[in-house]
Design a protein. Sequence first.
Lengths: 952, 226
Amino acid sequence: MAARKSSYGKLAHMAQKVQGIDWASDASLVETDEQFARSAPLRERHHSCCHGCYNCCPLWVYTEDGVVVKIEGDYDGTLTQGCLCTKALNQQHLVYSPRHVLHPMRRVGSRGGNDWEVVSWDEAYDIVGEQMALATRKYGPYSIMVGAGGGGTYGNVFQRVTQDAIGAPVCISGGGCQCYLPADCAGQWMRGGSNNRHEGNNAREMWNAWQPAMECVVLWGAQTSASGAAYAARANADMRERGIKTIVIDPYYTEEAAKADIWLPIRPMGDIAMLLGWFNYIIANKLYDEQFCKYWTNYPFLVDPDTRLPLKAEEVWPDYVNPSADPNDVYDTPAYVCFDARTNSVQPFPYTAPEDSPVDPVVFCEAEVNGRLCKSAGQIQWEACEDFTLEKTAELTWVDADTIERAIKLYATTLSGIGTGQFADMSELSSNFIFGTMALDMLCGKVNKPGVVLTEQKPESRHTARPTHFWCNRPYQETFGIGWTVGLTEGENLRRSQAAVERWNAKGVDGKAKQQAFVDYQLARLGSLEHKAVHQWQLNALAPVREALLTGEPYKISVRWEQSGNKYCVMSNGEQWNEAYANIDFCVHQQPHMTSTTIEDADLFLPMQEWLEFEHATETTTQFNQTFMRKQIVHMGETEDPFICVTRIVDSLCEKLGSDDAVLCRDFQFNGTYRTKEDIYPAWAEMFGVESWPEAVKHSEDHTLTVPIDELYQFYQHLDIVDDGLPAGFATLSRKCEPYVTMAVLNGRTGFPYHFPYTQVAADGTWPEYDAVCTYKEQSENMLQDDPDFPFYLTTGRVAHYHHTTLRTAPYSRELIPVPDMRINPRDAAALGVAHGDWVELSSRRGATRGRAYLTEGVRPGVVMMERFYFPESYDHSTKTMSGGWRQCNVNLMARDDVVNDNFASASWRGYRVNVRKAEAPEGLWTEPEQFQPLMPSRTFESRTEEGACHA
Amino acid sequence: MADSICPSTAVPGGQPDGAAVARVEKALHRRGAFTEIMGKVLDFCRQRRLLAEVEDEIASYPEFKYVDQSQAAIAFMLVEAGGLARIDLDRDGNPVDPARLASLDEDAADELVQFCALETTPAGVQVAQAHRPEVRLEELFARTPERNDAYRAILRAASEPKAFAEIEALLGKQLSLPSLNGKSGLPLYPSALVAHLEKAGGLVWDEAWSTTPAGASFATSNERSK
């Protein structure tokens, strides 16, 4: 609050000064005729929030006669306090861009060309419905694949519920497995809640300026200032001003590293070694929180060496009666097995408040249980890190041991926590990293208390019953009877499953058959047998999908429904995808702007709304403690709301198939989409507590939902005594934090919790064994290897100007960063004969790209860094090819997806060997700011349709 | 209006270079839905054809019912790729000298050119040859002999039009045959076999799956599959 007052204070001071100037006296006003007076443009101000990324910064939009002329930040934004970034400001240039397609377009001519004709929406829906129905009739519903995007201009809920509705299992995303999925799983599996990412409104304590408690934050591979320039960068500055120490672990000298108290310039992808070094030091020096580990984590549980699962008391003592068991068999509160220090023996370890515990569990131990030597989960964690002394850690991470020790001590001895970025998601190390960082905080008891990262917010995070958790927010268990609600007993989960079957039966549908159809559809996701956590987000591994398109196996994919920007630039193996997509019979692409994907592959283009056109109440409209109404301020041509578009397409598909019953579950789609605005307005009105949404949204600034700061920050929820008389605990399998990730073991074994009461196992009965604790691993291509053909190592990062593949057609952003930079150490550059600004070619074992050398000491010798999604997207008649530049300037042509993370199938968009040589600029691409003139905004409501029709 | 056209002037027997063939191949495989149509058109135009004839021919293909571009658009994709040669004709059906055409203004050119004919180029002929259903089916049956019983079962079943669900019922929802896509972790599904047969010219979709004449010859013949 103090910060906000300060902002208003500055404004008030300015206003007083302005009023003091004698420049607007009555005498300076002159008479004019009424008609002239009326001819002044109608100036209006509208409140909304940005959707240039997922951070939803609140803002004001000014229009003159309905045309947007200015965007500025809203001082009432709790975190932004009036700040905006270039992504938000560039919305004007996107919405009025000559490249913003305003009418549905049908291709006339061959793929790879850029010739289109305008069709009506009715015609467009008819074509898509017909083509999807044809594919369904010819090959079944698995023949429709969906391309999903990240949390940028579009959300991704509507893609998933749409898949569920039609029963089409193939969905891929350049993000997904490579972005946030591992953290989402880790938060839910390890503590039944949020995770340690700054995205998604987690990890907010470091920005707590109201009751500041945090003393130190570790920013591990987290470019918060680049990701959230308007709110995180500003809030980070406040955070530092409050005296919070920062430890930054990043191979690149980021904005955060530049201001860090301790920067660990780690060898790229040496993070797992670093993590294990931290585990080792903290355990060896007893810097962990022993009481928390004993009673609020599963570290003391003895683990069955054969199943790798924590032993349950009943397995060891069949007659054991669990005192905490729910007599009604609804809520699950298991008792485990530990080595008890009081009796010096193996004992049952029932769930109780710590002070009522009958045992004093030992965290690090091994003990004989029924003739077998069983280790505690803590012991397994210790053995994974036992070798990682400071010296060894220094040797593997290339950071000196003293600096590492200083960082660990600062972290371990202060109120602190680890906030992570998603760098490791884009690598083979994704599970190791997220499990490790979450577990470190748990080991140190940095959970649910002031001053730590792992907290839950809002009053609804308090408990009156044993907390439960379903793995996504969609009603799979209610609708199909599939999936396991954590916190409920097996009996209750089975009852819920059966109830769903009976609900179908009551409607005259064979419920068991419907359930089986749903499970079959789930299990048909490509690569999910090896990488079972992709089910968390209904995804598929990438390489098997590409292979399916190339081989036509294991089933035919005929129609591609692409709902993201440009797959060619956010994924590896572009040339192979190009060949693979050619086998598709029909491709429909929906986006606000055409991209290389449209040019290469689409047969029909459906123009979506930019966020200034997009009215919504829930699609990413929450920032920190505020939820905003997103208002439609302008509407260009015939652009469509993506939620309505996907619904109309499924409507058309059902109509062509003759019935809603011809798809898996028509109505499931409405767990996220709507057919018309009128259908959804009542729900939005209820959410915002207003009588009429259409009326209220006219003054959206009056209806921001704000959680008072006092209520936002909540702590110690696990200690709430709930209706069974026990502390609430966590919504996990054990009711405790699970740094030993039991769910990962179960997931590998059967696909649990996604398909319960069914299982996913290979035909030969085998399953993958996923690590339960952070275990040492290096990227397949790493810097420890001697690789003379590819002597450099590539890491990637974000720049503040672009989000994913968006904004490449915003001319002012392109003026700032017209071509991809390759950051390189001056010593390496000198050896290569490369000067600052020279063009270079980078090549890996998979492909090559070009960029302009940017010399900096911010990367160590041997390392090069590029923006992770750079591509030019500048196709035009003035360019030599119509590819949009994805073949010339696309860092991901060098990336790989053939070796992926075990759990999550995360591909490596960073962390591989490359070579660098001086080169010429790529031909036929725009590289200088003045060349982006064709992208300048037109500020007209109706684009040059004829031009758009021919040269999107 | 010309109801017949002069004979081909293309040089027969000339061996096309690999790049030319590759361009035609790429055009054929740029969009799955057009592949079969284009292959048939290349075969049909081995003899020079008026565009109107080509359009009528394409319109008779079952595959054409389901595509979203015109016959001419598809044919001219092949012209662009060098698989078909375009020959402008005057009102008597005689080829117009391209040099003369280039010297005329737009109105005069329009007046002169009354018809258009298409003829498969040597590169197109080579692609058409490889695209013959018999060739493709032979390759398909040779590639994975363990699947041939399943292929034959489908071809026999589709001697009468069959819905996909009927074929699925015949084979089961998943087959015990391994998939070539090992990383998928899944066994083969019936749609893969159906699509392979379609891609090889053995099955055609016309509101239901039907075995083509070429497919029928593989439905029973063990010899063909050896």
